[in-house]
Structure formats: C-alpha cells, structure tokens
Design a protein around this ligand. Structure first.
Ligand SMILES: [Zn+2]
Length: 313
C-alpha cells in the first residue's frame, strides 16, 4: 500500500473512531427551545450537561416574530427543538421544513398536557381566532399558552426528560434526577400560587387572551381582552364593546403587555376608575435560565393579586 494512501486510511479511521466515541460517551446534544418559559424548563432538566439555546429573546412575540439569519443558523443542525406548537409559534412552522432539525417536539402534543380550547372572551369582531388556526391533529383548537399552568409545566418537564434521554442516553440518569427535582419545585410553586390567588376574585381585562390556564387553575375572573387576535390590531366594534364593559364598573384592573401598545390600553380606560398594570406571559425582562419560569410565575401572581385586591397600597 502506498504510504500516502495508508496515512489517509489511518486518518479516516481516527476521524471515524472519534465520531463513534463521541456518540458513545454522549457528547451533549444541541438543544434549542423557542420561548423563555419553555427554555427555562429545558435548562433545568439539562443542568450539569449543557445549556440549551433560546430562540426568541425578550420582547419578541411568538405569534409574529421573524427569525434572524443568525437564529436560523443556530437552529439549523440542532438535535432537538422544543417548541409549544404551530398555533403559538406560527412563523416557526413555516420555516421548520427548510431546516435540518433532527427532532422537533411540540409541547401541545406532549403526554399529560391538560389542554383548554381556545376561547373568545367577551364581545368579538368575528368568530375566528388565529390561535385556533387548524393544523391537523387533536390539538388543533387548543389554546397554546399552556405553560401558564404549573400542572402543564410538570407534564412538560417529564416530556423534556423523556425526549432528552432518548436522544442522549448517556446522560439519561442526569435528566431523570433533574426532572424529578424540577417537578418538586413546580409542586411547591403551585401551592404558593394557590395561596396567593385565594382572594384575587375581582374581574379584570387583559391585552390578549394568554391567561386562561392560570385562570382556570386558580379561579381567576377575566372578563375581556383588548385584542381578539394576537397577530393584529383589534377592530373598532370590539374596542367599543370592551369600553362599554369596562365602563360598567365591574372591571377592577386592565392589564397591558410589554409586547403590545400600552397607549391603546390607556385610551380604553380613560376616565374610568380602573387600575393599570403590565402582565407579561413570556417574562421578557427575566434573565433566561433554570429559574426564569419560577420568577415569571411569581411575578405574574404578584402583579395580578396586587392589582385585584380590595385595598391596594
Ligand atoms: Zn399569545
């Protein structure tokens, strides 16, 4: 065998064996998560192994984002993408077929998820809601803001650990232990939120209908939304009806969101004895990581209960 060919074969063998060794010792998988609350749960399950990449950073609406070229590159070649599903990150659904993502896991399809049907709160311009745009499957009409229930966060954590253990069996034990600790923390959070919300029964209105899971779990009382479609501005008829409902005097708080226009919220309640506050279902200001989910939920609970209680400071 000519020397050069032998060298080549040897070099190829080294490359090959290092690849095999890499797979066997479980070189950490490249994991991407779409939104911060989901990324937080993935981070907690992956603690001690690797940090997942967060696709949509603070202030980006998952309903309407456009992926930057750098994000598309980061996503391209990922081993796992965790996302909520086509009815939340609609732009992702369009891009995904063009990317090499080995496994994409939609939380809407996860085992143990308690899904609520998308709803129309109060008056609305038309019967259609973009959140409920059908994409096929049993979850086509589910409200996608499912992370705002700690019960669903527990189901998500278990699904994340299950998927990662299949993709990266070398670290399966780590994922299992981390997920078990995460579930314990989520159960404590759930109990704390139940206490916090025990007297938060006054009616309120929100900017877009993201809080159904929280409301159902803790007995809260939302009466209306400013937008009927998270993707576009509300129509005049809807705003009229909402203004009338606010003027009826029953609504205590009107919550806006950092992703949307606060001026519209202010105009809607002008001259009415209605308190304002900002609720953020994504936690745009919270640093991403394992604690972000807990900080988000406690912050939402504080804001809601402070605004809704009888005697605010
Ligand atoms: Zn939304």
């Amino acid at each position: 065998m000519p020397v050069r060919l032998a060298t080549l074969v040897a070099a190829a063998a080294i490359v090959l064996s290092s690849h095999v060794a890499d797979a066997r010792t479980g070189g950490a998988p490249r994991v991407v998560a779409s939104i911060s609350p989901l990324h937080s749960l993935v981070s907690a399950v992956m603690l001690g192994v690797e940090s997942p990449l967060l696709l949509l950073h603070g202030g980006t609406s998952p309903h309407t984002f456009s992926l930057r070229p750098s994000d598309a590159r980061a996503l391209d070649g990922a081993d796992v993408l965790f996302w909520i599903g086509p009815t939340l990150e609609q732009p992702l659904q369009r891009i995904l077929p063009n990317l090499r993502v080995t496994r994409s896991v939609a939380m809407l399809d996860a085992a143990g998820m308690e899904l609520l049907p998308a709803r129309e709160l109060g008056d609305s311009d038309d019967a259609h809601h973009d959140h409920a745009a059908p994409y096929g499957g049993a979850t086509a009409f589910a409200d996608p803001h499912l992370w705002l229930s700690p019960g669903n966060a527990i189901a998500m954590s278990e699904e994340i650990a299950r998927v990662l253990s299949q993709v990266d069996p070398a670290n399966a034990e780590r994922y299992d232990v981390n997920a078990a600790q995460l579930v314990q923390r989520l159960m404590t959070l759930d109990k704390d939120l139940r206490d916090k919300f025990s007297d938060a029964t006054a009616p309120y209105a929100v900017f877009h209908d993201a809080y159904q899971y929280l409301e159902q779990r803790y007995g809260l009382h939302a009466t209306g939304t400013v937008t009927t479609h998270a993707e576009r501005s509300p129509g005049a008829a809807h705003l009229h009806a909402l203004r009338a409902s606010l003027a009826s005097g029953r609504v205590r708080c009107l919550f806006s969101e950092p992703q949307f226009q606060p001026r519209m919220v202010a105009a809607l309640s002008e001259g009415l004895p209605i308190r304002h506050a900002i609720l953020d279902p994504l936690g745009s200001d919270i640093p991403p990581g394992p604690d972000a989910y807990f900080l988000l939920m406690r912050s939402i609970a504080d804001t809601l209960s402070d605004c809704l209680r009888d005697d605010p400071q």
